[in-house]
Every structure is written in structure tokens, then in C-alpha cells.
Design a protein around this ligand. Structure first.
Ligand code: NAD
Ligand code: TYD
Length: 354
């Protein structure tokens, strides 16, 4: 099996590559990534030789139709797992255009390549296209209920609108052209290698460094948190056993208010750094709310549990402690991604490849 993974140098994509290289020793993986600010090949550093030799990196853009077409013709992919995206809501508010470019146009170009990029040889038997999407496409919930696969789309941010548009294209290609496509809509992920602009790594690092902790609005917004490895296992289950044309919601069943989560992170970091209990909570600053800020997300993942036998294997408290530990132990990685210094490392190690 030869699999194209887009965005494999980002947070979830790199965790997925690590997971699949280990869990599926006969698979070859091609990681197509443009290495934007969020992509870092250091996220794949330290792989055992037996795994590294089954991973090819191609530096390139999912919008590049000619590159996609040559890759599809040469590699004869048995599957595509599409992570590449602009992924941060706050950035989408400041500059929405690149979200349309990457998330909508990039997905469209990839779908086109999967539809007709095989140069006459035809699509391999059993081919599958897995589109990795978000629960944010469903909009905001009140205090009760959870998103199911049939909840109407109602995106609030340019990010979620661009992901919603890409989801619609994927489903349209399945219905119109018979492309064997599957969609997953997942809740907020956390874990190693997440770019430190997202809530959990940002807070861990600011707490450790004694910096202010910016909590948007009243801090009562709720997110449903999922450990990234549980998401990776769900994606592999959908890729292998999901039914083309179907959508699967993936959630952690771990709803937390932002303020309660920040309190917990303060306590975990304080304990780890042997500071007096409660000290870092004083760093919390309530700041202006994010425009269009969704109040609550919650996922009903009954379908993937029932049909594919998936369930999260990590508890929130254990995985969050593990995540805190990881960020405190990987300060060099943090400094590199913050400064962009990893690019020099990347040029040295991968400059001639791809
Ligand atoms: P990320 O921002 O950490 O990584 C995105 C990756 O895509 C980076 O490596 C980047 O270099 C690459 N990329 C960006 N534009 C590209 C382009 N034009 N061509 C090729 N590569 C490009 O994102 P993430 O958090 O790992 O999210 C991955 C996917 O999962 C996204 O599609 C996102 O919408 C979805 N998702 C994320 C979450 C979450 O909590 N992070 C939850 C649900 C779904
Ligand atoms: P984020 O990690 O950006 O994920 P998303 O917006 O995709 O859910 O934010 C998670 C929650 O934390 C969201 O309700 C916004 C809030 N938040 C803050 O309160 N302060 C921050 O500095 C950030 C980045 C997010």
C-alpha cells in the first residue's frame, strides 16, 4: 500500500505518519507538505531507519496541479489522507484569503488529481480518499446536545467556512464522479507537536515562562478535547474499514470550559515545576473575545464507535499530563518552531530531496 499524506509535517499529520509507520509495517508513505509556518520536518525526526526508509518527503503545495498529477502517475497511490490546511481560527480572522486558497482550492486540486491524475492507467482498485475535517463546520451549540453526522453545517469563522466548503467538494466528488471518499469531522486535538499558538500548548508555555494567559471573553466557551493519538487511530480505522460516501464524527467525550482547562494547566505546570499551588492562576487575563467565537462544541461519536469499534484509549487527565510533560521537555523544539530556526535544519537535512 502506497499512501499520500498531505500536511504530514504539521501537528496531526506528523502524529499520524508516526502512528501508521509503526502500525502498518508494509505501507509506504509520501508526505506532501508546503512547510508553511505550521509545518516542521523536525516533527518527524528520530524515526527508526526501518520506518524512515518507507517515508518519502515531497516539498510542495496541494494547489500545484502539475505536481499532483506527476505524483499520482508515478506513485500509483492506494489511498490519500488529506490533512494539509490552514488551521488556526485567529489567523483566519486576520487574513482569510489563504484559507480559501489552501483549504478550498487545495482540496479541489487534490480531488481533481484523485479523479483523473492517473494518466490513462486508471485508478487503482480499492483506492480511498480520506478528508480530515473539523467539528467547527457545524457551528455553535447551546448548553445541551452534541453534533451528529446529520447536523446542518453552520460555520462561524473563515476557517470553518473554508473547511465546510472543502467537505462539500469532497462529498460532491463522491456523488458525481464516484470517487471513493470519506470525511471525518473531529473535535479539538491536543498532544505533542502542536504549534504553540493553539490554546493548550500556548498556555503550557506561557505558564512555564510566567507570561500572561489570555483567556478570550468570559472563558466559559466549551471545547470537546481529544488526544491526538486517539484521533490517529480513528483515522486509520475509517481509512481501512469506513464506507466510502460516509462521514464519521470523532470526539473525545471530554468537554471542558476554557477557564477550567486553563486552571488545570496552571496546576499541572505548577506541580511539575514545584511552585506553590495556585501561583500561576494569577497570570490569567481576560481579553477581548474572538469575533464569531463559537460557544460550545460537543461531538456525538456513536457512529464510529458502533460501526468501526473505535473509542478513545486515553483519559483526558492522563493525556493532558503527558502533553504538559512533553512541552516542558521539548523546549528546543519550541524555540525552533517559534523562531522558524528549524528551516535551516531542514535545508541541511532535506534540502536536496523532494
Ligand atoms: P497544522 O496547521 O498543524 O498543519 C498543517 C500542515 O499543512 C502543515 O504542515 C503545513 O505546512 C501544511 N500545509 C499548509 N498549507 C499547505 C499547502 N498549500 N500545501 C501543502 N501543505 C500545506 O494543522 P493540524 O492541526 O495538524 O490539522 C490538520 C488537519 O486536521 C486540518 O485539515 C484541520 O482542519 C484538521 N483538524 C484539526 C483539528 C485540531 O484540533 N488541530 C481538529 C479537527 C480537524
Ligand atoms: P484554539 O486552540 O484556537 O482552537 P479552536 O478555536 O479551533 O477551538 O482555541 C480553543 C479555545 O480557546 C477557543 O474557545 C478559543 C480559546 N482561546 C483563548 O481563550 N485564548 C487563546 O489565547 C487561544 C489561542 C484560544
Amino acid at each position: 500500500m502506497n499512501v499520500l499524506v498531505t500536511g504530514g509535517a504539521g501537528f496531526i499529520g506528523s502524529n499520524f505518519l508516526r502512528h501508521v509507520l509503526e502500525a502498518r509495517p508494509s505501507w509506504r508513505l509520501v508526505n506532501l507538505d508546503a512547510l508553511t509556518y505550521a509545518g516542521n520536518l523536525r516533527n518527524l525526526d528520530g524515526l527508526p531507519e526501518t520506518e524512515r526508509e518507507r517515508l518519502r518527503f515531497v516539498k510542495g503545495d496541494v494547489r500545484d496541479a502539475a505536481l499532483l498529477s506527476s505524483l499520482f502517475a508515478a506513485e500509483r497511490f492506494g489511498a490519500v489522507v488529506h490533512f494539509a490546511a490552514e488551521s488556526h481560527v485567529d489567523r483566519s480572522i486576520l487574513g482569510p484569503e489563504v484559507f480559501v486558497e489552501t483549504n478550498v482550492l487545495g482540496t479541489f486540486r487534490l480531488l481533481e488529481a484523485a479523479r483523473q491524475g492517473w494518466e490513462g492507467a486508471g485508478r487503482p482498485e480499492g483506492f480511498r480518499f480520506l478528508h480530515v475535517s473539523t467539528d467547527e463546520v457545524y457551528g455553535s451549540l447551546g448548553p445541551e446536545g452534541a453534533f451528529t453526522e446529520s447536523t446542518p453545517y453552520d460555520p462561524s469563522s473563515p476557517y470553518s467556512a473554508s473547511k465546510a466548503a472543502s467537505d462539500h467538494f469532497v462529498r460532491a466528488y463522491e456523488r458525481t464522479y464516484g470517487l471513493p471518499a470519506l470525511v471525518t469531522n473531529c473535535s479539538n486535538n491536543y498532544g505533542p507537536f502542536q504549534f504553540p499558538e493553539k490554546l493548550i500548548p500556548l498556555m503550557i508555555l506561557n505558564i512555564a515562562e510566567g507570561k500572561p494567559l489570555p483567556v478570550y471573553g468570559d472563558g466559559q466557551n466549551v471545547r470537546d478535547w481529544l488526544f491526538v493519538l486517539d484521533h490517529c487511530e480513528a483515522l486509520l480505522a475509517v481509512l481501512e474499514a469506513g464506507v466510502p460516501g460516509q462521514t464519521y464524527n470523532v470526539g473525545g467525550g471530554a468537554e471542558r470550559e476554557n477557564l477550567a482547562l486553563v486552571h488545570l494547566l496552571c496546576d499541572l505546570v505548577d506541580a511539575r515545576l514545584q511552585r506553590p499551588a495556585g501561583e500561576s492562576r494569577g497570570l490569567i487575563r481576560f481579553v477581548a473575545d474572538r469575533p464569531g467565537h463559537d460557544r460550545r462544541y460537543a461531538i456525538d461519536s456513536a457512529k464510529i464507535r458502533r460501526e468501526l469499534g473505535w473509542q478513545p484509549r486515553h483519559t483526558f487527565e492522563q493525556a493532558l499530563s503527558r502533553t504538559v510533560e512533553w512541552y516542558l521537555e521539548h523546549r528546543e523544539w519550541v524555540e525552533e518552531v517559534r523562531s522558524g530556526r528549524y528551516r535551516e535544519w531542514m535545508e541541511r537535512n532535506y534540502g536536496a530531496r523532494g
